[in-house]
Design a binder for this molecule. Structure first.
Ligand SMILES: *Cc1c(COP(=O)(O)O)cnc(C)c1O
Length: 362
């Protein structure tokens, strides 16, 4: 094999649909026509590959990542758009790199403020001051925002100062905390009139009062629904990740026989079982329950037995299938949201894991 190494051909494949990403960005703009879009591409673009995603989403106004190293990598790869680091910097060495690479930082605690105002920087850094409006994860307490904001504005090390906060429960639109958080954020900003950002994907779709100047969608860009009770299709989002593998065996299991580790599934009648080459080592969720859909030859088959590290079993029944057939674990034919719901988790986790497992082995 010339330069087509064995690693480039793999039974399990993750492919990314660039057109789906730009379509989903267009959907964000339709939902939030008056706001700028900060595309969230943390965790390696939710497993889709941060660099590829940043290129396919070049129509976004800015990007957000969680960690400094992600932002440094974006710059090293030639990305020249505004980039915000959600966790911000942890010490003055990191902060200097933010300044040199023109990265915006979140300030979510006081230590960051002290480092920022006391450093010597080559150029000012743009700051997003994070307000804790009720999630109680990261953020400055509401009654300390005005002071912090004033200290930031007074520093030569600081460029533009914007305000942001994050919803705890936006995926449950009628949760009472949502309105409380919005009221609290509006109240804080009334006195400051700073550029403001609050909405994640769920709020982009369902809480238009929270759009403000900049929206911060993540999961919807990748074509998954942020809501348990609304499908991506309903929301006209297109899945960006396709996770596929192949059928490697077909066998008969007679009534009374059990399938897989722990014998958690027992055949009640004679069954035709297919073995698919993908498991939790590929990011397929180990907690997927019996009956979790797996797409093969135009139909969804149910998972039977426990998910192994590199294989799963599915019930073929009368389905026309042969060894070598292409199997879709999730993607266009089968929403990752359905697989997540059958696995006691959310699409975010599945996309991150499968993408990371695939990219690490490439
Ligand atoms: C991850 C994240 C988002 C995006 O959330 P989605 O639910 O994926 O849209 C937005 N803002 C912050 C601060 C985040 O950490």
């Amino acid at each position: 094999m010339s330069n087509r190494s064995s690693k480039q051909w793999r039974r399990v494949s993750v492919t990314i649909n660039a057109e789906a990403l730009s379509h989903n960005l267009k959907r964000v703009r339709e939902f939030a026509p008056g706001s700028q879009v900060m595309a969230v591409i943390k965790a390696n673009g939710y497993g889709h590959g941060m660099h590829a995603v940043s290129e396919h989403l070049s129509g976004a106004d800015m990007f957000a990542v969680a960690m400094p190293e992600e932002a440094f990598a974006l710059r090293a790869n030639g990305c020249s758009k505004p980039v915000l680091v959600i966790h911000g910097f942890i010490d003055s060495t990191e902060l200097k790199l933010f300044s040199e690479l023109d990265l915006a930082t979140v300030v979510h605690q006081k230590q960051q403020l002290d480092i920022l105002v006391n450093s010597t920087l080559t150029r000012p850094v743009d700051v997003w001051l994070k307000v804790d409006t009720g999630m109680h994860r990261l953020g400055i307490a509401v009654d300390e925002v005005a002071d912090t904001y004033a200290r930031l504005c007074a520093s030569d090390n600081v460029g533009q100062v914007c305000l942001m906060t994050h919803f705890a429960n936006a995926d449950i639109l009628d949760n009472t905390l949502n309105n409380k958080q919005m009221r609290s954020f509006v109240k804080v900003n009334n006195k400051l009139s700073a550029c403001a950002s609050m909405a994640n994907s769920a709020a982009v779709i369902g809480l238009p009062q929270s759009h403000f100047d900049v929206v911060r969608p993540g999961i919807m860009l990748y074509g998954s629904s942020p809501f348990a009770d609304r499908t991506a299709e309903d929301l006209e989002l297109k899945p960006a990740m396709q996770l596929e593998s192949q059928l490697i065996d077909i066998k008969q299991v007679n009534a009374g026989g059990s399938v897989g580790y722990g014998s958690t599934f027992t055949a009640e009648h004679d069954m035709r079982i297919g073995v698919v080459a993908a498991g939790y080592g590929d990011g397929y969720p180990r907690h997927a329950e019996n009956g979790t859909p797996v797409w093969l030859n135009g139909r969804c088959c149910g998972l039977v037995g426990r998910v192994s590290m590199d294989s799963i079993c599915i019930e073929l029944a009368e389905l026309d299938a042969e060894v070598g057939d292409r199997v879709v674990l999730w993607g266009k034919e089968l929403s990752v949201d359905r697989v997540a719901a059958c696995s006691g988790t959310i699409s975010y986790e599945l996309l991150c894991h499968a993408g990371t497992a695939y990219l690490a082995n490439r």
